[in-house]
Design a binder for this molecule. Structure first.
Ligand code: N01
Length: 538
């Protein structure tokens, strides 16, 4: 029987997405609560963002021993990472290892894109439809669609006329792209672009990098893990987990309490040098006020700019790369493997598209500043319609048929980033208003998934049919999200995707919660302890 003629399958819960969050949520709801659960996944395998982001150089910026599930000591002890930062294929192997170990795949429908989800108030359930014409009904709808999974391809006139090939990094062909002998144009110098540049340059005949906003980057210093470190990680599971769940950003290191302004210039320079030599996101943790005080931030920013100028040999290129318009780490700070060094290669050119924006794409290349740069391949490392994009494209309708796009017309509004007023029994893992992207993602995900599972267990134990964030609670949470952001320098990067500023027409609202992961987890726990304050339970 074709899928379209099948009657709707009823489930206790439907989870959308089989990345880190969907997989853990499935395990909790199915194996701990004994619910009938299905995960609907667009891709043909598990992995979520890592299933799609297969671009050259794709690697996680969190260190491997922390970029994994920590809820299970057994999983942590059994898995062994090979490098300091895991590459995309290794993360995929890890995700498949977990999926096999927890026997998750039997509850996941792959190749199944959700095209709509509508709350039926009379029946108090969600009606979910897919591109394959299947329908499901579920008491609980849980979105596990990630924050950075909706590719943003800028609308540049003429793209359709381009006679070469073009790719967005977040929708990379599974068979890979051969750059050998090709002239490549890459647009975008965010975390993705900075990872891709050295790898593409090593293969391509010529790489032209179109830079709109220059970016800071700190060396990753990736390397194979030593047997001693691997052993240390296993022996220190409890300690690592305790550190990661008790700090601001879910990483296995704490941010220094010291002000950058307390150190004298020589000592400060020495500490930055040490951090630079160590590499990675820890650079940001060198002092406690880098993200709070412009003056403190400038010390880190100037240090990195000096490094750029010392690495890049051509002074004009170095100036362009160091001409950064925002405080360090106000945009998500990239880390790299020889990014700035790559501009010393003869086959790499940097083009400033800030002064002269890209005008159009022709059959042969990219036009800016009145000049055509001929290329065979265009790589769009242009980011994502972040946080709200993955949710809005699901076409969710809440109470009275109100589309989520309408409820969020002025920007996302939720309580704790977990529930939206008017959308009963729907939970959003790492939704806008949660710390998610400002945190090491697996830590945020575990907290969200556990809170949701505990909440559903509570609803069932108390015979509560419906849970819905109140409008008042959502308004006060939005105010808290704004307050937390304003206490930092984060909103000062005016073109950042944290603000939705990278997508034309998107409301400018600071989306992630900047109050710190541990603090957020405590707020969530307190809300639950007070009988789910801010949620109407009926
Ligand atoms: O995207 P971005 P990303 N013309 O939005 C430019 C995560 N991540 O994919 O800044 C010219 O940061 C744009 O320029 P501007 C991480 O959280 C994680 O790099 O808008 N340029 C910018 O340079 C990260 O923050 C890992 O002026 C245009 C770039 O494209 C997030 O994903 C690895 C343009 C987009 O940068 C997104 O990073 C990689 C146009 N029309 C990414 N439109 C891990 O390690 C856009 N740009 C886990």
């Amino acid at each position: 029987m074709p899928d379209t003629m099948m009657p709707a399958e009823h489930l206790d819960a439907v989870i959308i997405g089989a990345g880190f969050s969907g997989m853990y949520q499935l395990h909790l709801l199915r194996d701990k609560l004994g619910l009938d659960v299905r995960v609907l996944e667009m891709g043909e395998g598990v992995g979520g963002t890592w299933y799609w982001n297969r671009y050259p150089g794709a690697r996680c910026d969190s260190e491997s021993h922390s970029y994994c599930y920590m809820f299970s000591k057994e999983l942590q002890q059994e898995w062994e990472w090979s490098e300091r930062y895991p590459q995309q294929p290794e993360i995929m192997r890890y995700m498949n290892f977990v999926a096999e170990k927890l026997d998750l795949k039997r509850s996941i429908r792959f190749g199944t894109r959700v095209t709509g989800a509508r709350y039926d108030a009379a029946a108090n359930l969600w009606r979910i439809s897919t591109a394959r014409g299947q329908s499901f009904t579920a008491t609980y709808l849980i979105t596990a669609v990630g924050c950075l999974s909706t590719a943003n391809v800028p609308k540049i006139p003429g793209l359709e006329s381009f006679e070469g090939d073009w790719y967005h990094t977040g929708e990379w062909p599974h068979e890979g792209v051969d750059f050998t002998g090709k002239r490549v144009g890459q647009i975008g110098t965010g975390s993705t672009g900075i990872q891709a540049v050295p790898v593409i340059a090593a293969q391509a005949k010529h790489l032209t990098v179109f830079q709109r906003t220059a970016n800071y980057s700190v060396p990753a210093h990736n390397a194979p893990l030593t047997p001693e470190f691997k052993q240390w990680v296993k022996a220190n599971y409890d300690h690592l987990r305790a550190v990661m769940t008790s700090n601001t950003n879910g990483h296995p290191f704490n941010i220094s309490q010291r002000s950058a302004l307390d150190a004298d210039p020589a000592e400060r320079e020495a500490l930055f040098e040490q951090a630079w030599a160590k590499g990675g996101l820890q650079f940001r943790a060198t002092f406690g006020d880098i993200l709070q005080s412009l003056e403190a931030n400038a010390t880190a920013a100037e240090f990195i700019k000096r490094k750029i100028r010392s690495i890049v040999k051509d002074p004009a290129t170095a100036e362009l790369l160091a001409d950064i318009d925002h405080p360090y780490a106000a945009k998500r700070p990239p880390i790299d493997s020889h990014y700035f060094e790559t501009f010393n290669r003869d086959n790499v050119t940097l083009v400033d598209v800030r002064k002269a924006p890209i005008e159009r794409i022709t059959p042969r290349g990219i036009v800016t500043g009145g000049r055509e740069y001929e290329v065979d391949i265009i790589v769009f490392a242009t980011g994502f319609d972040a946080m709200t994009g993955p949710l809005l494209r699901l076409n969710i309708e809440g109470r009275d048929g109100q589309p989520l796009s309408e409820a969020w017309a002025a920007g996302p509004r939720s309580h704790l980033g977990l529930q939206v007023p008017g959308f009963p029994n729907m939970f959003t893992i790492t939704g806008p208003g949660s710390p998610s992207v400002l945190c090491n993602m697996p830590v945020a995900i575990e907290q969200h998934a556990e809170w949701i599972a505990d909440c559903i267990a509570h609803l069932r134990a108390h015979g509560i049919a419906r849970m819905e964030a109140t409008a008042e609670a959502a308004d006060s949470w939005v105010a808290e999200v704004n307050r937390a952001a304003e206490a930092t320098l984060l909103p000062q990067a005016s073109s950042s995707w944290y603000l939705g500023a990278n997508v034309p027409g998107k409301p400018r609202v600071f989306m992630p919660y900047a109050g710190g992961m541990a603090h957020y987890a405590k707020i969530c726990a307190d809300v639950a302890a007070r009988g789910y304050e801010g949620f109407a339970l009926t």
